[in-house]
Write a protein that binds this ligand. Sequence first.
Ligand code: BEZ
Ligand code: FE
Length: 297
Amino acid sequence: MNPSNENELTQAVLERLSGATDPRFAQVMGSLIKHLHAFIRDVDLKPDEWMNGIQFLTAVGQACDDKRQEFILLSDTLGASMMVVMLDQARAMAKDRARLSATEATHATVQGPYYWEGAPEQPLGANIAEGVVGEPTFYSGRIFDTAGQPLKGALLDIWSGDGEGNYDMQIAGAGMAARARIRTDDEGRYWFWSIRPSYYPVPVDGPVGRMLDGMGRHPNRPGHIHMVVSATGHVPVTTHLFVANSPYLDSDAVFGVRPSLIVEYESHPAGQAPDGRVMDSTYWSAHYDFHLEPQAA
Ligand code: BEZ
Ligand code: FE
């Protein structure tokens, strides 16, 4: 059928999905069409505004290369990435609740663009940020399952920016820094040294930066250290630890803060640290236990 007015148009477009062979694809596209049409009607989108939108999305695509993913940044800053992360974890947790677990799994948050696969595996207690600008911090805790059993040999794949908010990947030609993979001991314990990360802005020299500016938004993320926590037979969690009292904890540009991930960094004078290392300057410590849910059978 040919629509004779805008009221018939949405139905006409939806009917063209009748030949789709993948039902999930048809469901996703159907909902997208309905919401897109409703949005255009809601704001009564004018042709020049529609063209601006096309040009904006074109610029987002053109800003992408093998190091930069402006579409993910767009998704992050519009809260779409966190919506997907939260729904995914809520779905998994609903299954876990059916097993009457003692604890919830550690909350997940966005991965962000600075994950670099293949960080070196380092021994427990290693300083993973040797030579990196920033205040030394002793990180420790344990990894448990959601029934409270410690997970031996669980993996923390860790990365962060430096104490001034710069990631190694942002520095042309730089190798890996402040990244490592660390495995827990027989009692599920981990400990390592790194730095206390600073807040920093997401990249703003592209179309997403202009969008944030137009919205009157700042581009900053509060100080955080990233990790993917995994163990055989368990659902991995991509998460961060956020530095308590960091600026922007209440207004993360990518909506990634979850209160359960905010950690107090305790200040210590120079002297012997908990792992026996003798520090000749003040240092920080941060303690956090992670929980992973067992993989569904
Ligand atoms: C990050 O934390 O590394 C990040 C997350 C989303 C967008 C930009 C950066
Ligand atoms: Fe980050």
